[in-house]
Every structure is written in C-alpha cells, then in structure tokens.
Write a protein that binds this ligand. Structure first.
Ligand SMILES: NC(=O)c1ccc[n+]([C@@H]2O[C@H](COP(=O)([O-])OP(=O)(O)OC[C@H]3O[C@@H](n4cnc5c(N)ncnc54)[C@H](O)[C@@H]3O)[C@@H](O)[C@H]2O)c1
Length: 261
C-alpha cells in the first residue's frame, strides 16, 4: 500500500525546489496535497524539468490529487486560511510540511541591513511558527495525532560562514521543533526537522553556478556532492508516514556527512 494513502498534507513554499519535490512525492505516495506558495508558478531560476507546470498541475497530470492555495507564511491570517482551505477541500489535515524559506545573500553581520534580517526571520521562523500553530490546532481538534515537519538546514545545527540571519532563523526553527515535540507528544503529534546541506534549487543557483563555491561544498562534504531535492523528498515522505511514528523532536541531517566533522 502507498505510504501516505488517505492522508491530507499541506506543503508551504511548494512551487519550487524542495517544496515542489516534496509535494510531488507526497502525492505519489497517495496523499491529497494542498500546495501553497506566494506564487503559483515555479521560480524561473530553478532546475525543474517540468518548470512550465505549476506543482498542483504537475501532480494532477501524474494522476494525483492536489490544489493550490496562495499563502504568504509570514501572514498569520493567510496561514489560518490555508489550513481552513485544506479542511474545507479534503475534510482534515494529517501532515504539514513547513518548507517555505528564503536566503538573501552571503554577507557578514556588520554588512547586513535591518530589512534583510526582518525578511529572513519573517519567512524562516515566523512562517514556521505560523504553520505549526494552525496545523497543530487543527490536529488537536481532530484528536488522532499528526505529523509536523519543518525544513530546517545544516544552518540550524552549525554555523555557516557569511549566513548570520539565515543561521539565526534556522537555529530558532530547530529548537522550536524540539520544543513542540515535547508539548504535543502526548497528543501523538510528532514534530521533526529536516536539515539538508546545499542543493541545486532556485535559492542556490548563484552558488551552484559558481565553480569555486560548488567545489568548496563538494570538498567539505564527505560524500563529495550536493544533496538533491528528490533525496530530501524521500526523507519527508518517511517522516510523514507511519514508519516514523516513534520519531519526534529529531533534527535529521541529510548532508552527506557535512555536520559529522
Ligand atoms: N537549497 C538549499 O541548499 C537548502 C539547504 C538547506 C535548507 N534549505 C531550506 O529548504 C527550504 C526550501 O528551499 P529551496 O532551496 O527549495 O528554495 P526555493 O527558493 O527554490 O523555493 C522556495 C519556495 O518558497 C516560496 N516562498 C518564499 N517566501 C515565501 C513565503 N513568505 N510564503 C510562502 N512561500 C514562500 C518561494 O516562492 C519558492 O517557491 C527553505 O526553507 C530553505 O531555507 C534549502
């Protein structure tokens, strides 16, 4: 049987990169998927081979069940409306993948602007906070548990050079993940974090295309390469499935050994 048969999942930031691969993998595993993003179309800088299709269209074309709901995760009312839309369409919510995230540029803290800080924290931690808050409220109403998965980063586990706001936001998302696991374990709501190293997505195109940065990541990664969106999606499907029922509060590196040093 498909691992997520009968489940309803919300994925934030689903139009591009990890969110898109995760939404497609959830649907291929049998879930009904509510795709959501600030934009319906994939970011043009991405590497997706079907970039001309929105994620919900790609899922339906492959025989899956999906809708798109526009949502800016920094806006609490929009996140509440997203969860409500999932319940209205599919009757319940079993899984939320808090994936939406941003990275502005490589810079040291003394070079960063207040706007860069606010923007990064707004999406990467307030957005995760909002997603957790409204999904968990719905799961509590349903009374039969749920799966909350936060897309963190190795930047939530260790310091990354020239990424101060990003690391601050991801460190906060990492510890929020652990905190929520404690509060909602008794309700059988698991809360876990996925911590990838660098991947060729729209977000990282400027670095993946820079031979020096690309090689630096390969050199400091024991497995010698960047992770792929499809590899992240497989871990997300596992964490969303019954196979992971006893895993909560975990921050799982999927980093080719980057944080093993
Ligand atoms: N690519 C990497 O190397 C990498 C590594 C570790 C962690 N991450 C994290 O993975 C997640 C996805 O990254 P990605 O590489 O796929 O990025 P991406 O830029 O390719 O895709 C992110 C998606 O999020 C959407 N988004 C941005 N702001 C939003 C908002 N306020 N509300 C809703 N949607 C919004 C974008 O429109 C885009 O479709 C992020 O949380 C990122 O920090 C990425």
């Amino acid at each position: 049987m498909e691992k997520l048969a009968g489940k309803v999942a919300v994925v934030t930031g689903s139009s591009s990169g990890f969110g898109r691969a995760i939404a497609k993998a959830f649907a291929a595993s049998g879930a009904k998927v509510v795709c959501s993003d600030v934009r319906k179309e994939a970011r043009p800088e991405g590497y997706e081979t079907d970039i001309n299709l929105s994620t919900d269209e790609a899922i339906r074309k492959a025989g899956g069940d999906a809708i798109f709901v526009k949502c800016d995760v920094t806006k609490e009312a929009e996140v509440k409306a997203l969860v409500d839309a999932a319940v209205k369409k599919y009757g319940k919510l079993d899984i939320i993948m808090n994936n939406a995230g941003v990275f502005t540029r490589m810079a040291k803290i003394h070079e960063c602007t207040e706007d860069e800080y606010e923007f990064t924290m707004g999406v990467n931690i307030k957005g995760v906070w909002n997603g957790c808050k409204y999904a968990i409220a719905q799961m509590l109403n349903q009374g039969n548990g749920g799966k909350v998965i936060n897309l963190v980063s190795i930047g939530g586990l260790v310091g990354l050079a020239n990424e101060p706001a990003y690391c601050a936001s991801k460190g906060a998302a990492a510890n929020l993940t652990r905190q929520l696991a404690i509060d909602y374990g008794p309700d059988k709501i698991t809360v876990n974090g996925i911590c990838p190293n660098y991947a060729p997505t729209a977000m990282c195109r400027p670095y993946y295309e820079d031979e020096g940065v690309k090689k630096y990541v390969e050199d400091v990664t024991p497995l010698g390469r960047w992770v792929t969106a499809e590899e992240i999606a497989k871990l997300a499907v596992y964490l969303a499935s019954g196979d992971a029922d006893y895993i909560t509060g975990a921050l799982i590196p999927i980093d080719g050994g980057y944080t093993a040093r």
